[in-house]
Structures are given as structure tokens and as C-alpha cells.
Design a binder for this molecule. Structure first.
Ligand code: EPZ
Length: 419
């Protein structure tokens, strides 16, 4: 297994390019299951989660090429509707194949994704909504066994909770259904909008894109001719590097990003004392004289993203005072806290709330537990006294393209080594 060795007290400078968003590319790839033609998806990040989903699509009969961040995929020989446990267990977002497979084949088996470090991660809302579209859903030996032999039927569906992949699954299912489906309390994340644009560009009539209410005219089972699409920039990768600039109190510039997708993150950094300069598709962060403590509550988009919570907790260890972070979306998304405390952070947990008193961090051997927690440990290592080793960085490789290459380009002293 690889680990990262990171020298502390780092000062960063220069600029890097932001990659395409993993959480946009995954539903776009799943949506190719709705197409009858070859499909081209550009600006796809070269990360493990993408490779895992491509492997799953290949097991279903698709052929693809993935080079220079471009995927071209051919689905003419799709011959299976069973997403098996071996692959799904590696990446829970494989559940995104459920909606399109059921819509295309009228039946499918997709392994239950299982929980992960940050929480139980149920899919009850996905299943309930598909049943409301006429699907028969059983759980057998850990698989979701779904069937809709006469095709999915339009309905009005209200999600009890806002679910990103639940919304994406139902948007894909509704695109091939019979009639006009209304989805209410839909996630408004930019990644959901990217999926809607992909489908709308290809002839699916969708009203309300970008809002929490969608009206989708289904094609009644006709497969789609999907036009090429560009994956949007990764707002969470961008937010992570903004925190790298902030925690080392450096001036750095990020290119190829969409600043409007980062409004809540930018506002929080400005409140903490950093100034940020926006250009067309780039953003520069400047050092703060004093880093103010933060008061953060995670929420669905456009609120403060839960995927930025761990990174901001690392930043709050450098604030001048006491910060409070309230994690509202997941029941166990504080796995990074114990590791930060081992580096000397002063953090107290009470339920889904963390209190962080600013102070100094010291290097240590630390262990990554999930994708965003591992990026928080890298940020902490950049500012700690001494040299830190971050172990189990396969978590990082799932969602950050060339992380050490980008940090090296910004002047960090970071090496990827073998255990
Ligand atoms: C997506 O996960 C993202 N993953 C997550 O990013 C992100 O943290 C999350 O949305 C919230 O923004 C992808 O897009 C691939 P949810 P998802 O369904 O869709 C509850 C990362 O780091 N819920 O929006 O699985 C659930 O337990 C990952 O890149 C139900 O109760 O999240 C949670 O409390 C981590 N029943 C809340 O809703 C359901 O059927 C939000 O979950 C579905 C969800």
C-alpha cells in the first residue's frame, strides 16, 4: 500500500488546473446505459471511482476507451443487467446503474451498496420512488432485484429527504418512462444539473433544471441518441485546494473551475479572513492577516457542502479562537477527528457537532478512513511541525486526480512511498 510523506510548515505558490468532477462524471457514465449509440464524455477525471464504474459497465457488455480525460463508450453489445457485488462493494455510487438498467431492460439486479465509513448510506428513497413508477423491488441475497416488465410509468414523486444519487437515479429512470414524471424535493447540486443537461441536449424534455422540481417527458422506452458532454469542474477538489492555500496562508490560483459552484465555500473563507479574487474561470486566494474561527453547518446545495466539512475542520485548527462545525447530512462523518487529535488538534465532539480550538499541529503517522477525511489529513500535514505520513491513501486515489503532482506544482514537499 502507498503512503504520502509530507513536510510541514509549507508555503505554497503558483497555479494548478482543476479536474472534472468525479460526482458529475459518475452519473453521466451511468446515463450512457440509456443510449443506443456511441457516447463521448470529456473532462473525465482519471480517478479510481471512474475506473471502477467503467469496469462495471464493461461487465455489462459495454466497450470503452478512456484516455486524455475523454471517455468514448459503445453500448451496442450490452448483454447483462446484473451489477455484481464484487464491483459494487468497491464503490457505492454503482447504485447509479439501477435506474438506467431498469429503464432499459425492464429488469435488473444491482448489489446493495452497503454502508461506508461516513454512515449507513441507505437507498430506501431510491427504491420507494422506483416502486412509485411501477417497479417491483425485492431484496434477495444482498441484491436489489427490480422488474418493470411493462416499462416504468410516469408519476408524481416527492423525495422525503434530498438525495443526490436518488435524484439522479430517478431522473434517468423517468427519461425512458411512459408519460411525464414530476420529481419534487430533488437535489439541486451542479452534478445533478450536469446530468439533466446531458439528457436535455439529447432530446429529453426536462422542465425546472437547477430547481428542486423537475418535470420529465419520458420516451416510453425509446433509447436515446446521447450528444457529447463535458464534465463540470470539481467544486470539491477546488475547495480542497483553496483550503491548502488557506491553511498554509499562501497565495495560489486555481484554473478551470466554476466559481459560482463554490459560493458557500468562498463566503466561508472570506468570513475567516481570506480574500479571494475571481476571474472568468479562475480563482486566487490571498493570505489572511488573522484566521478567524468559523461557524459551519453542512447542508444540501447551495448550502455548505458536507464534502468540504473535513477540510474546513483541518483549517479551523489554525484559526484564532473556537470554531463550531455541525454535520447535518451524515451520522458518522467525523472519522478524521481522531487522527487530527493525534496531530495535536484540540477538537471536542458532541453528537453531530464538533468544537475546534485553534492551536499548533505536530507531525504524526495518520491513517485515512474515507475520501474527504484523507484530504483533511493532507491539509493538516502541510501546516504541521515536522514530517507527517498519511497511510491508506487509496481513499484519496478514489477522488483526487494526481493530488501529489498538483501539490508539488504548488511547491509542497510531498512524496508517494510504498509501505
Ligand atoms: C452524494 O452521495 C455524493 N456522492 C457524496 O459525495 C455526498 O457527500 C452526498 O451526495 C451529499 O452531498 C456522489 O454523488 C457519488 P445522499 P449520496 O443520497 O447520493 C440519506 C464524496 O465524498 N439518504 O444525497 O449517496 C443519506 O443517509 C461523496 O464524493 C436516505 O436516508 O448522498 C444521507 O444522510 C461522499 N435514503 C442523506 O440522505 C436514501 O435512499 C444524503 O444522502 C438516500 C439517502
Amino acid at each position: 500500500m502507498d503512503y504520502l510523506e509530507i513536510k510541514g510548515n509549507a508555503k505554497l505558490q503558483g497555479s494548478i488546473n482543476i479536474s472534472g468532477a468525479k460526482n458529475a462524471a459518475l452519473p453521466l457514465l451511468a446515463a450512457t446505459l440509456l443510449s443506443k449509440n456511441d457516447v463521448q464524455i470529456n473532462n473525465v477525471p482519471n480517478v479510481e471511482d471512474i475506473k471502477t464504474l467503467l469496469t462495471l459497465l464493461e461487465h455489462l457488455g459495454a466497450n470503452y476507451s478512456f484516455k486524455n480525460n475523454a471517455v468514448s463508450i459503445n453500448l451496442a453489445n450490452l448483454n447483462s443487467a446484473c451489477a455484481n457485488y464484487d464491483i459494487v462493494r468497491k464503490m457505492r455510487a454503482s447504485i447509479l446503474t439501477l435506474g438506467p438498467l431498469l429503464a432499459r431492460f425492464g429488469q435488473c439486479e444491482v448489489s446493495m451498496p452497503g454502508g461506508c465509513a461516513i454512515g449507513q448510506r441507505p437507498i430506501n428513497l431510491h427504491l420507494k420512488a422506483l416502486e412509485q413508477m411501477g417497479a417491483k423491488i425485492d431484496i434477495k441475497q444482498g441484491y436489489v432485484v427490480a422488474s418493470a416488465p411493462d416499462g416504468l410509468k410516469a408519476n408524481t414523486i416527492v423525495f422525503d429527504k434530498i438525495t443526490v444519487t436518488g435524484s439522479e437515479n430517478l431522473i434517468m429512470a423517468a427519461s425512458l418512462a411512459k408519460g411525464t414524471t414530476k420529481l419534487l424535493n430533488v437535489a439541486k447540486e451542479p452534478e445533478v444539473v450536469n446530468l439533466c443537461q446531458f439528457l436535455a441536449n439529447s432530446g429529453v424534455n426536462i422542465k425546472g433544471i437547477g430547481t428542486d422540481e423537475l418535470e420529465i417527458d419520458g420516451t416510453n422506452g425509446d433509447l436515446l441518441e446521447l450528444e457529447p458532454i463535458e464534465v463540470i469542474p470539481d467544486r470539491i477538489e477546488a475547495g480542497t485546494y483553496l483550503c491548502a492555500g488557506a491553511i498554509t496562508n499562501s497565495q495560489i490560483t486555481l484554473k478551470n473551475l466554476c466559481t459560482e459552484h463554490l459560493a458557500s465555500v468562498i463566503a466561508k473563507l472570506e468570513k475567516m479572513g481570506f480574500s479571494l479574487e475571481k476571474q472568468e474561470s479562475s480563482l486566487t486566494i490571498f493570505p489572511a492577516k488573522i484566521i478567524n474561527p468559523a461557524d459551519i453547518e453542512t447542508a444540501e446545495y447551495p448550502g455548505f457542502p458536507t464534502d468540504m466539512q473535513a477540510q474546513f475542520m483541518a483549517l479551523c485548527t489554525q484559526a484564532n479562537g473556537v470554531s463550531v462545525i455541525d454535520e447535518r447530512l451524515f451520522e458518522n462523518r467525523f472519522m478524521h477527528v481522531a487522527e487530527l487529535i493525534r496531530m495535536g488538534a484540540n477538537i471536542k465532539l458532541s453528537g453531530h457537532s464538533a468544537t475546534i480550538e485553534g492551536g499548533f499541529l505536530n507531525s504524526a503517522d495518520v491513517m485515512a478512513t474515507d475520501l474527504r477525511a484523507s484530504s483533511a489529513l493532507v491539509l493538516a500535514a502541510l501546516v504541521a511541525n515536522g514530517t507527517t505520513k498519511v497511510h491508506r491513501i487509496y481513499h484519496l486515489d478514489r477522488g483526487y486526480e494526481n493530488l501529489e503532482g498538483k501539490l508539488l506544482a504548488l511547491g509542497a514537499d510531498i512524496k508517494r512511498l510504498k509501505e
